[in-house]
Design a protein around this ligand. Structure first.
Ligand code: AMP
Length: 391
């Protein structure tokens, strides 16, 4: 397939898109339509020459925004559309061509991702109406983790909760962990055992053995695991009952605080942005220092725990806005894992920022910084599936 692939990530009031050419050398066009449904709706994008543009879209819905986006692609016609779908439940273990049955299955999984799946589906429905002739593919955040064994995905809860209600660990950020682990395999020239750390606004770790996810830090929802920008990550499960009984908090209060007011912003009392926290910490802000310390310790602790899933540890891969840029954070995480026997190359670590790919160890298990490319991975899986279907 030589035509470019249009990748769409649809939120409740936004559409993030990227037009990914079949050849890695050609430039990408990408953009974000935001505040859809309101008078302030706007599309910001970058054209084929890398020039930025902005279009006001007052009152536009998803379908209108998609039509405008297509009009901005400068005569480049996509050959297929790849949709990011957050939750594929247990049904979807890989990307699939979208038909009515797949739409119905994604709808049925909405209870597991009530904020994301219905919004993702809006994009699917609008695209199907606008371009009925284009093949559409669903690529799931959860699919890469469907290789987890039961010992990793089951909670120690009554069996009926799993059997009748699908309550288990699913894991997320699958396209990112899949991309950076396969890139690490290619760079190291092995089918290895990798611990991957996706550290951005959302954060998760994953143990990958020969291309398969064996365990990951996120669970039923993307709240489990590491400290994130605004999410708490792991807390005592007894906390919820305690807050309800002792403070009279409602379920919505608890959900909001754990998802939006916790993590780096909760600990620091300042910001969810690692750059701001590093600046404030260097000026002596105690909350910022504590937030960075807890963040790094929890990443190290998670990596150490996930190492149990691997028959052999070949190395650690850092990705995401923090993982790719914050060399001091990487240094702290590695320092908290002395028993891994890794030697960090300080110069290489300091030099590897701003989306650069690089190896930053000086012996022992390898350390890689590999920029994530979720859109590129969605386009790749979309192309592969269509080529298989045509073969
Ligand atoms: P993402 O969600 O992957 O875009 O990552 C967002 C996070 O990456 C935010 O916490 C940013 O502060 C952080 N980040 C981006 N650039 C840098 C940088 N140069 N140094 C430290 N953190 C960064």
């Amino acid at each position: 397939m030589h035509a470019p692939t249009l990748v769409i990530n649809c939120g409740s009031s936004s559409i993030k898109y990227a037009l990914i050419p079949a050849s890695a050398e050609s430039p990408r066009q990408f953009g974000l339509a935001e505040r859809l449904g309101s008078a302030e709706a706007i599309l910001n994008g970058t054209d084929g020459r890398g020039e930025s543009f902005a279009r006001a879209l007052p009152g536009a819905d998803h379908a209108t925004a998609l039509e405008t986006i297509l009009g901005c692609l400068e005569g480049q016609h996509p050959g297929a559309v790849g949709h990011r779908i957050v939750h594929g439940g247990e049904r979807f273990t890989r990307a699939v061509l979208i038909d009515d049955d797949v739409v119905a299955e994604i709808e049925a999984t909405a209870a597991l991702a009530p904020l994301h799946n219905p919004a993702n589906l809006e994009g699917v429905m609008a695209t199907r109406t606008l371009f009925p002739q284009l093949p559409q593919v669903a690529v799931f955040d959860t699919a890469f983790h469907q290789s987890l064994p039961p010992r990793a995905y089951r909670y120690a809860l009554p069996e009926a909760l799993y059997r009748d209600h699908g309550i288990r660990r699913y894991g997320f950020h699958g396209t990112s962990h899949a991309h950076v682990s396969s890139r690490a395999d290619a760079l190291a020239g092995i089918r290895g055992g990798w611990l991957t750390a996706h550290l951005g606004n959302g954060c998760s770790t994953c143990a990958v053995w020969q291309g398969e996810s064996l365990d990951t830090s996120m669970g039923l929802t993307p709240l489990e695991g590491l400290v994130m920008g605004t999410r708490s990550g792991d807390v005592d499960p007894g906390l919820h009952a305690h807050l309800a009984r002792q403070l009279g908090w409602s379920l919505d209060d608890i959900d909001r605080v754990l998802n939006r007011d916790s993590g780096l912003v909760g600990l620091s009392g300042l910001s969810n942005d690692m750059r701001e926290l590093e600046q404030a910490a260097s000026e002596g802000h105690a909350g910022a220092r504590l937030a960075i310390e807890v963040f790094c310790y929890r990443v190290a602790k998670s990596l150490a725990a996930l190492s149990c899933a691997l028959p052999r540890l070949d190395g650690i891969v850092f990705t995401g806005g923090i993982g790719e840029n914050a060399s001091a954070v990487r240094q702290r995480i590695v320092a908290a894992l002395p028993h891994f026997g890794i030697a960090l190359d300080d110069d290489a670590n300091d030099a590897t920022v701003r989306g650069r790919e690089g190896r930053i160890d000086a012996g022992g298990p390898q350390l890689w910084v590999i920029p994530t490319d979720e859109e590129g991975r969605i386009a790749l899986e979309t192309r592969q599936l269509i080529e298989e279907a045509c073969a």
